[in-house]
Design a protein around this ligand. Structure first.
Ligand code: NAD
Length: 263
């Protein structure tokens, strides 16, 4: 299947590691030009060079903190300077810390909102006018399985993902007449640095080893294992492609069967 991504310009947020990097690499393989970003420079440079070498595409890497004022704007501006437009936006960021309701301060809530909700809003606000004008655009938000089934001990993440989903489902209807689609992908347990850190934190709390935590997650997943960013990226590439032109307003899980509901 030709996804029609050749020469499209894709901004993949938070993409030096993990899911974002997996999606960026997949889009590059399909011929899209890339704008990637992250806070730190080492992994970002590695992602930029590796993806450009393996795909032969143009990659612009921007060091920016999406949770800080001006961070999202700087990433979009760098993309506009390099390519003149953004056709595809994949919203992503790090995850908020684990914890129970009574363990979080109001400052923790504000930070989670800035990191996972406001960063998406800001990026969308920057790229949407151009997409509408060209009557073609793809917005894909990376949320979490928590949208369908909240994950214990992750109240910050569970709450802000729901906000992104509400915004996205409403926006999808507003921009559909302009050829712009808005969808969400919900990763299940996928082996990345974020998940390793969660396992380490939980192991410490429970006086266990991280491998015990991985084992308990694997036992909840019908596939019996965690996913990989590569497995997640295939569906992301399809949803931002030409071929997904009539798919909008959906949230789809990539979770090895973890969510048990019918829909
Ligand atoms: P990760 O820690 O492996 O990678 C996160 C990436 O985001 C890195 O490139 C990091 O540099 C970048 N980043 C973090 N904070 C940033 C900021 N403020 N500004 C710019 N860049 C930033 O994480 P991941 O596992 O790939 O997770 C990505 C998202 O998906 C997170 O929001 C996470 O909570 C969510 N998620 C992950 C899983 C999973 O199992 N991996 C499951 C559900 C939801």
């Amino acid at each position: 299947m030709d996804l029609g991504l050749s020469n499209r310009v894709a901004l993949v947020a938070a993409s030096s590691k993990g899911l974002g990097r997996g999606v960026a690499a997949e889009l590059a393989k399909e011929g899209a030009k890339l704008v990637i970003c992250a806070r730190g420079s080492t992994a970002l440079r590695d992602a930029e060079q590796t993806i450009a070498r393996e795909s032969g595409t143009s990659v612009v890497a921007v060091q920016a903190d999406l949770a800080q004022q001006g961070g999202a704007e700087a990433v979009v501006q760098a993309g506009m300077d390099a390519f003149g437009r953004i056709d595809i936006l994949v919203n992503n960021a790090g995850g908020p810390p684990a914890g129970l309701f009574e363990q979080h301060t109001m400052d923790d809530w504000d930070k989670a909102i800035h990191l996972n909700f406001r960063s998406a809003l800001t990026l969308i606000r920057q790229v949407l006018p151009g997409m509408k004008q060209r009557r073609w655009g793809r917005i894909l938000n990376i949320t979490s399985i928590a949208v369908k089934q909240p994950v214990d001990n992750l109240i910050l993440s569970n709450s802000v993902r729901a906000a992104v989903t509400g915004m996205a489902r409403t926006l999808a209807n507003e921009v559909a007449p302009f050829g712009v689609t808005v969808n969400n992908l919900m990763p299940g347990y996928t082996r990345t640095r974020r998940v390793e850190e969660l396992a380490e934190a939980m192991a410490q709390q429970q006086n266990k080893e991280p491998e015990d935590i991985f084992g308990s997650w694997e036992s909840q997943i019908p596939m019996g294992r965690l996913g990989t960013p590569y497995e997640f990226a295939g569906l992301a590439a399809f949803l931002v492609s030409e071929r997904a032109s009539y798919v909008t307003g959906v949230s789809i899980q990539v979770d090895g069967g973890w969510i048990r509901s019918l829909l």
